[in-house]
Design a protein around this ligand. Structure first.
Ligand SMILES: Cc1cc2nc3c(=O)[nH]c(=O)nc-3n(C[C@H](O)[C@H](O)[C@H](O)COP(=O)(O)O)c2cc1C
Length: 290
């Protein structure tokens, strides 16, 4: 009932773990065995320390983070994942140009089912949302040379133009969205809370933005879309899928509920049953027809 297939990858359910959430170590990822797939922390060619503290704070309707893409570098990270027991592991990678993207992808591709190119971190300048739109095409083309399916993760800004460039380069799926560029001021000290001042906003508050992005991409292009942003329960998954998502990812919810996947899947099955659907694929994009 919940099985889906995205770019040739068969998942027993459409609910994946999003990049950056409890995915730096083999042990932390193996805890999420009920997820349809797991996306690794974004890794780059070299070790990156990230930003100074605080890198994280709560807001009224979600979380702000500016971790700064800290990661051990692709060679060290491969040592972490080379014996991992996860059926569908997807590598999230970033790079400052097409050659760096290709080098990271080539190294990590033997260990994973697909590559997710992170071109949307809201606080990482050129290795994030400022990656030039007109260079997306060739970077994707290069990563495709690994022979693995390539997902391109975009943020809300200029998303249709960037999706078009990714598709021209041969993207197999679009992942939408990353966290949204945002900040919080501490009024007692009259200064930004995050060490980097500006960060990414995720969780409940961004769901309507994510749903809109998935809807517009599905309306304009014919390729699988993976929805992410503010998913807190099975109803949110259904909403994203009705907007056109073939699968979804969960991030911030893990900070409130350690293991939500089994519960969400059970509730999805119950909802489908109650509403007369035999497969979750039957609801994909149904809101686009209205
Ligand atoms: C602490 C934290 C770290 C993140 N790190 C990454 C990352 O390394 N790469 C990436 O593509 N997205 C990263 N994200 C963004 C998430 O994958 C996701 O796109 C975003 O949080 C929206 O989903 P959510 O509302 O379910 O959290 C991070 C998010 C959080 C909260």
């Amino acid at each position: 009932m919940l099985e889906v297939e995205v770019a040739g990858i068969k998942m027993r359910n459409p609910v994946m773990l999003a990049s950056g959430i409890c995915d730096l170590t083999k042990e932390s990822m193996e805890k999420f065995s009920s997820a349809g797939a797991i996306v690794t922390k974004s890794v780059g060619i070299e070790k990156r320390a990230g930003y100074k503290n605080p890198v994280f704070c709560e807001t009224e309707c979600g979380i702000l983070n500016a971790i700064g893409l800290s990661n051990p570098g692709v060679d060290e990270y491969i040592k972490e994942i080379n014996e991992i027991k996860i059926e569908n592991l997807i590598a999230s990678i970033f790079g400052k140009d097409e050659s760096e993207f290709y080098k990271v992808a080539k190294k990590i591709s033997p260990y994973v089912k697909a590559i997710e190119m992170n071109m949307s971190c809201p606080h990482a300048k050129k290795v994030g949302m400022e990656y030039p739109s007109d260079e997306i095409n060739s970077a994707v083309e290069n990563v495709k040379k690994t022979g693995k399916p390539v997902f391109v993760k975009l943020g809300m800004e200029n998303i249709l133009r960037r999706a078009e460039n990714a598709i021209e380069g041969g993207a197999d799926a679009i992942v939408a969205i990353n966290s949204v560029k945002a900040m919080k001021i501490c009024i007692d000290f009259a200064e930004p809370i995050l060490g980097n001042k500006i960060g990414g906003y995720s969780g409940k508050g961004i769901k309507p933005i994510g749903v809109r992005c998935v809807y517009e991409i599905s309306q304009n292009f014919d390729l699988p879309v993976i929805g992410v942003g503010g998913i807190m329960n099975a109803e949110d998954v259904i909403e994203y899928m009705m907007a056109g998502a073939n699968a979804v990812q969960i991030g911030s919810l893990i900070y409130y509920e350690e293991k939500p996947f089994a519960k969400i899947c059970k509730n999805l099955e119950e909802w489908l049953d109650k509403n007369g659907y035999s497969s979750i694929n039957d609801i994909v994009g149904i809101a686009l027809k209205k």
